[in-house]
Design a protein around this ligand. Structure first.
Ligand SMILES: Cc1ncc(COP(=O)(O)O)c(C=O)c1O
Length: 433
């Protein structure tokens, strides 16, 4: 279906190829349904994209405001003190600076996880103490064991991703606070909350407010994932004013571009749509997990992220499956063989709308059971649920950790079988000032 995808692109390094790379030289990236890059499919709204399109020339021709102006607006939307925040060109830029400035000799991290947390400190000659998350415990982080591991290795910096990538495992907020209390003597404790807006397991999730009053804690957030805008490259960290200021002082005045500025200044107007996007995504996650778990031979791990980790039947190669899906079904998935602490038996599948999941299930079914048994797999997409359906439970989230916290929500029901089968100033007058 997708035709001429250059398979060598899929084998190059620890990260997936970009959509730009897939599209270059006659590739067919545009036909592909992307289950690889974990991006909110329901945000920004059409209206927001329209505003970006209408202002493209201004956005591209003019300098954005300095990062302090954009950061001040983000903080005003999220209810944060700008002194406790540093905004980066993607949270990856902040990971880089945290490593350069604040990681002296060693860093501990549970694996598998986001590759930059292991690779960045290794590239600068630090010791990386990798704590394996056991598959037998569904990759859940056992806090006591992790702390014992840190002590035994004498690691000076501790990192957790909450929820973790690629499994989506979530540590309740009180446990994260307990960990921060126990590790107050370390140089640094980092809680990467890049996927936390997708959590619906409990009403209070983020520990960002805690970070501002502690001596050695940084909370990190990506904005590309939850706002569905990876290409813009924006993220931020929250810490006490001294720590946040230290990172901020290293960043160029214009490290954030004009797209980032426009979007940050649009956020206040689009709060409700953002909340709805998270609600739809949480519903899609439940439905997608149920459908995948009903496929014989697949194991789906519990996730609070916008992706699901899936284990393939014994002996099956995720590499072959990925290549088959992209070439025959135009479905791009992430096999986890190049992630430390994982193997090719695992796929990370991004949560996507039901019609896309339908395409994925057809491809998976054909590969797993053969096209002659395709009748065993559902060929009709799951019914669309209405927003007012009383059976759906939705997060009632707000941005970041603002005072309004979400309602507690229902538990995920057990799986059921598949049914057989400064351009801102140009745009808004003086608003950016
Ligand atoms: C846990 C985690 N943190 C940070 C990042 C980097 O995000 P950004 O796109 O904001 O640089 C990723 C990217 O996948 C991630 O998985």
């Amino acid at each position: 279906m997708a035709g001429s995808i250059d398979a060598s692109l899929l084998r190059q390094n620890a990260h997936s190829p970009s959509f730009f790379a897939l599209n270059r030289d006659g590739g067919h990236g545009a036909d592909i349904v992307d289950f690889c890059i974990p991006c909110n499919p329901y945000f920004p709204t059409r209206d927001m994209f329209g505003r970006l399109r209408d202002n493209l020339e201004t956005i591209l021709k003019y300098y954005p405001s300095g990062a302090d102006t954009i950061t001040a607006e983000l903080c005003s939307t999220l209810g944060l003190n700008p002194q406790t925040v540093a905004m980066g060109n993607g949270s990856t830029e902040l990971i880089t600076w945290i490593d350069h400035l604040l990681v002296r000799d060693s860093l501990a991290i549970p694996i598998p996880t986001f590759g930059r947390w292991t690779d960045q400190p290794m590239e600068t000659g630090k010791r990386v103490d990798m704590f394996p998350l056991p598959e037998s415990r569904d990759f859940n982080l056992d806090l006591e064991s992790y702390i014992a591991f840190l002590r035994e290795r004498r690691s000076r910096v501790a990192v957790i991703c909450n929820p973790n990538n690629p499994d989506g495992g979530y540590l309740p907020r009180q446990d994260v606070i307990r960990m921060m209390d126990a590790l107050v003597d370390l140089d640094l404790v980092i809680v990467d909350e890049s996927f936390i807006d997708f959590v619906d397991a409990e009403p209070h999730t983020s520990v960002a407010a805690e970070a501002t009053i502690r001596p050695n804690v940084i909370v990190l957030k990506s904005l590309g994932k939850n706002f569905g805008l990876h290409g813009i490259r924006f993220g931020y960290l929250v810490a006490n004013p001294a720590l946040a200021g230290k990172v901020r002082s290293m960043l160029p005045k214009w490290n954030l571009n004009s797209f980032a500025e426009i979007v940050v200044f649009l956020l206040k107007e689009h709060r409700a749509e953002y909340q709805q996007s998270l609600q739809r995504l949480a519903m899609d996650r439940r439905s997608m997990a149920r459908q995948l778990a009903a496929m014989p031979g697949l194991k789906v791990f519990p996730s609070q992220g916008n992706f699901l980790l899936v284990k393939l039947p014994d002996g099956m190669s995720g590499v072959q499956l990925r290549d088959y899906l992209i070439n025959e079904h135009g479905v791009f998935v992430r096999e986890c063989g190049n992630k430390l602490g994982s193997t090719s038996s695992f796929l990370r599948l991004v949560v996507r709308p039901p019609q896309d999941v339908h395409r994925l299930l057809n491809g998976l079914g054909a590969f797993l059971y053969g096209t002659d048994k395709a009748h065993l797999i559902s060929t009709s997409p799951p019914p669309e649920m209405r927003m007012d359906d009383p059976n759906r439970s939705y997060p009632n989230r707000d941005f970041g950790y603002t005072e309004q916290q979400p309602q507690h929500r229902q538990q995920v029901p057990p799986p059921t079988p598949l049914r057989t089968a400064s351009p801102v100033e140009a745009m808004y007058g003086t608003r950016a000032g």
